[in-house]
Ligand binder design. Structure first.
Ligand SMILES: [Zn+2]
Length: 337
């Protein structure tokens, strides 16, 4: 304590009078959290990737370091944000607006979202840790996520080597039952771990949406947990089905009836039915159109080096159950709890 105050005195002695004034003015601003604001957060530097091109859905090509943002209003005060990586969402209440997932595209997604709403955009909430959902968390004042997500958030995929993504942003750990109060709009947190061990869904009763991250994919769900755990996850959100009609997911906006379908499928497997063998699926094609040409990635599409090695590989224990119009790929050694 004593040593500390002596250092503080030495600091003041070393400052000129205007310096002291500037220091004293800065202190309350820091305490109030008024600095840095959205615009002053240091930009994440993508310039080392300038020669890589991203092909958008309309066929146009943009250098990877050039910010690209588009938004679609999906409900009142609710925007789906396209940048790169999976979709983000901007959720506006009467007091503030919250961003769900931060994508991995170049540019300040917080500033972009602030251009869409008059309510302050301060915080980010993550459905799960994967880099295509957490790369740009550091633009926000605070990131809300599960304890499991905190361990692995904002760890770059291999294709981002050479870019520094800050991981030292303030984090608040949340879980089941936590409620974001945005002003006449509440988001309730539901833990549904499978795709990622720390996955959260956010239930928006006002607009009847469940923000579900990557946990429910219409093209099929690959289980990382047991079938029993997956059934428990689906049962948990199916129990709230009267409160939402749509899923706003990392991959797009879907009808919430997929929750019922996946629940029925999981219960079918738990009742003793076994899925068929899994045919290997081709891994994403090479990123380059021609061997000598520039590297081109599809916007929002996984890049070859970033896909976990076990994806697309099959083994003798894997089964795929197609039932009720959806697919579950699971391991026969991990059916029960
Ligand atoms: Zn994911």
């Amino acid at each position: 304590m004593h040593g500390h105050s002596r250092r503080t005195l030495a600091l003041f002695r070393g400052l000129t009078r205007p310096g002291v004034v500037a220091f004293l003015l800065a202190v309350p601003a820091l305490i109030l959290g008024a600095w840095p604001t959205a615009g002053e957060k240091p930009a994440i530097d993508f310039s080392s990737k300038h020669d890589i091109l991203i092909r958008s859905e309309d066929g146009s090509l943009t250098p990877m370091d050039v910010p690209y943002f588009k938004s679609t209003l999906v409900a009142p005060g609710t925007w789906q944000i396209l940048s790169d990586g999976d979709y983000s969402y901007l959720v506006e209440g009467e007091d503030e607006a919250l961003v769900i997932d931060s994508g991995y595209g170049a540019g300040n997604i917080r500033e972009y979202c602030q251009s869409l709403t008059k309510k302050p955009v301060r915080n980010i909430a993550n459905t799960h840790d994967h880099f295509d959902h957490t790369a740009n968390n550091s633009y926000f004042e605070r990131a809300y996520m599960s304890a499991e997500t905190k361990k692995k958030a904002t760890i770059p995929f291999p294709s981002f080597e050479g870019i520094t993504f800050p991981r030292d942003y303030p984090i608040e750990v949340i879980g089941d039952g936590y409620r974001f109060q945005l002003g006449n709009r509440e988001l309730e947190v539901l833990e549904i771990p499978n795709h990622a061990s720390g996955s959260l869904a956010f239930l928006d009763k006002r607009e009847r949406i469940l923000f579900s991250g990557d946990e429910i994919m219409p093209m099929g769900v690959r289980l990382n947990c047991s079938v029993a755990q997956f059934e428990k996850n689906m049962r948990k959100i199916a129990a709230r089905r009267s409160e939402y009609d749509r899923l706003c997911a990392g991959f797009g906006v879907f009808d919430a009836s997929y929750v019922d379908k996946f629940l029925a499928n999981a219960q079918h497997v738990l009742a003793g039915h076994e899925g068929g063998p899994v045919q290997p699926r081709p891994r994403p094609a090479a990123a380059t159109d021609a061997p000598s040409g520039p590297v081109i990635y599809g916007r929002r599409m996984p890049r070859p080096g970033d896909v976990p090695k076990n994806i697309g590989q099959t083994n003798e224990y894997q089964r795929r159950m197609s039932y009720e119009g959806c697919d579950i790929t699971y391991d026969i050694r991990r059916v029960g709890e």
